[in-house]
Design a protein around this ligand. Structure first.
Ligand SMILES: Cc1cc2nc3c(=O)[nH]c(=O)nc-3n(C[C@H](O)[C@H](O)[C@H](O)COP(=O)(O)O)c2cc1C
Ligand SMILES: CCCCC(=O)C(=O)O
Length: 406
């Protein structure tokens, strides 16, 4: 099939819709319930306006950023998304190669369809284009953790991630149960039979690697347990396997079993950000799971300022959800995110052209972001500030925001 070259991230989505099987498209695209939060994640960005500065020499722009103290080429990383081989046979390997080539951070899902060792190996075999640079950096790769009821299963995953060179554990905290994604419920979605949750399979847990015999044992489940009625196979699997009783104690448990930095993914409030700091995390990802969990939750770009304020610079704050343009990246950084991460666009890009597609999409977003910086008068990411924005609540030029002498 000849495909027109995408010129914006939305073009990748249009193409993916035409090439992906319906089951896969529905799983990737859907948000929870009325999909309000899914839409809000995107539309909230467009309610923020930019205040460009002019007559700055923008002939050279650097996007270089640090995450957990490690340099990456741009502040645009890749969020964990499960089951990437539904989009392209090379799945997570292709994503790892693309991220390594672009020298950006990839977060691998616990529920990848390629085992974490193979993904690490795929990324290792690629060198970023460092022409003109002295040092060849090793790719930044983190492991996203779902905590199983069976802690030995979880511990095994962590130990393997450590051994394979993953640089952080990103524990997802917004998914004690799966949100109701209506298309998946209608499709009775489970992982397709030719694929497995490869990390579980690799540790000899074949029954946990498939979902075909997942049953919700309604007799044993407590009447107080949410999410039992008319669910997708995936939701039933989550109910059966993962630990809905997690509390902040999980951070201490993780500390006791690994020396890797710990990032909590799914924080949306100042209160939880303060608790995260209190419990000693190394990073916070503001995320509502791409609108797939609590429908009606605030957009992530609107939640970001209170989290940044609560954290007071103690640790890196990242954001994902609805980032589709370079100007979105700019806005998130101006509100204090150290980097942004993208979810669905990676799946669309995989469906379009595998590794090359992901590279093309990341390159496009980088180029858009670079242009947004240049047209706003910024040459380094550290120059991007709150002064470059007007938020919906601001008067057009707020006197408290802009000191009179400027
Ligand atoms: C198909 C799909 C699978 C996902 N799987 C995971 C996962 O395994 N672990 C996780 O923490 N988040 C998962 N997420 C959430 C993403 O990490 C991320 O928070 C979200 O997609 C960001 O929003 P965006 O898609 O608008 O960029 C998934 C999202 C999608 C769309
Ligand atoms: C426990 C959730 C499974 C994968 C996922 O995170 C998603 O589909 O959003």
């Amino acid at each position: 099939m000849s495909l027109v070259k995408p010129v914006c991230v939305g073009d990748f989505e249009e193409i993916a819709k035409t090439v992906l099987p319906r089951n896969a498209w529905d799983y990737y695209a859907s948000g929870a319930e009325a999909m309000q939060t899914l839409e809000e994640n995107k539309s909230a960005f467009s309610r923020i306006r930019l205040r460009p500065r002019v007559l700055v020499d923008v002939s050279r722009i650097s996007l270089e950023t640090q995450v957990l103290g490690q340099c990456i080429q741009s502040p645009i990383g890749v969020s964990p998304s499960a089951m990437q081989r539904m989009a392209h046979n090379e799945g997570e390997r292709a994503t790892a190669r693309a991220c390594a080539a672009m020298n950006t951070c990839m977060i691998l899902s616990s529920w990848s369809t390629t085992c974490l060792e193979d993904v690490a190996e795929a990324g290792r075999s690629v060198r970023p284009d460092t022409s003109g640079k002295r040092e060849v950096p090793s790719p930044v790769r983190w492991f996203q953790l779902y905590v199983y009821k069976d802690r030995d299963t979880t511990l095994n995953l962590i130990k393997r991630a450590e051994k394979a060179g993953y640089g952080a554990i990103v524990v997802t905290v917004d998914t004690p149960y799966l949100g109701r994604r209506l298309a998946d419920i209608r499709n009775r979605f489970i992982i397709p039979p030719h694929l497995t949750l490869a990390n579980l399979e690799a540790q000899g847990q074949g029954e946990k690697a498939r979902m075909d015999h997942t049953v919700v044992d309604k007799d044993k489940a407590s009447p107080a347990t949410p999410g039992q009625s008319n669910t997708s196979g995936l939701a039933a699997y989550v109910l059966e396997q993962t630990d809905a009783s997690l509390t902040w104690d999980v951070v201490h448990w993780l500390r006791s079993v690994t020396s890797l930095p710990i990032i909590v993914k799914g924080v949306m409030t100042a209160e939880d950000a303060r608790l995260a700091i209190h419990h000693g995390v190394d990073g916070i990802m503001v995320s509502n799971h791409g609108g797939r969990q609590l429908d009606g939750a605030l957009s992530t770009i609107e939640a970001l300022p209170e989290v940044v304020e609560a954290v007071k610079g103690a640790v890196d704050v990242y954001l994902d959800g609805g980032v589709r343009r370079g100007t979105d990246v700019f806005k998130a950084l101006a509100l204090g995110a150290k980097a942004v991460f993208i979810g669905r666009p990676v799946l669309w890009a995989l469906a379009y052209k595998g590794e090359e597609g992901v590279k093309e999409m990341l390159q496009l977003l980088e180029d858009e972001f670079k242009l947004a910086m240049a047209l706003s008068g910024c040459t380094e990411v550290s120059q991007i500030s709150r002064r470059h924005l007007i938020l919906p609540g601001d008067s057009s030029v707020s006197s408290q925001l802009i000191p009179a002498k400027l």
